[in-house]
Design a protein. Sequence first.
Length: 237
Amino acid sequence: AVYNKSSSTVHSAVAVTDDFISGSGEEEVHVKENGLLFNVNFARGQKTGFFIDQRDNRQLLRSMSAGKTVCNLFSYTGGFSVYALAGGATKVLSIDASKHALELAEQNVKLNGFAGHRCECMDILRDFKNDTQFYDIIIVDPPAFAKQLSQRTRAMKAYSRLNADVLEKVVPGGLVFTFSCSQAVSTTDFRSAIYSASLAAGKKVRIIKQLTQAPDHAVNIFHPEGEYLKGLVLMVE
């Protein structure tokens, strides 16, 4: 079956209805990724209902999570959370502003038979700085802060402020997986925001790995904006 989901991405003057254009089926399905199960609603969820562009980055987190306490910010349906638990994390906290997304995250954890998971509904940009806990690993995967160049300056400030708050909540020697999916924010821009964040937090930070989207999200050399996902694994000293 083929499902057309274009209404949110095309001009409002164009009449488009999200629906099956070939075949039919259930809108909610179970998918398996790297041996893990996820409940996905491709019709009502964001984008395809599951961010498959982060597949390899989730697997990297899995390989680094054994014995760690993990906080997953902007967790959506818990992709990174499930992978952290699969990798042997002792405790995982999923934080998102959507109660519904957190319910789905908890379902995905249970679907894989894991324990040690907790959810918290929070306005992260406003309230995470007040968190009194410290973590071995924090994932920062927010929605796009800038969808056009006119929003770039505001987005840079938001990335810097958010990551400064995060750096203060990581134990010495801990890791931050931080991402930007904003096309209007370049790789250089994002690094600059992280540099500003480290200064604001008073933390020494090393980039130990650079991340991007999965290989099946290929980038046309004539459309560099297609390389929209920028990610860094930071070690906080």
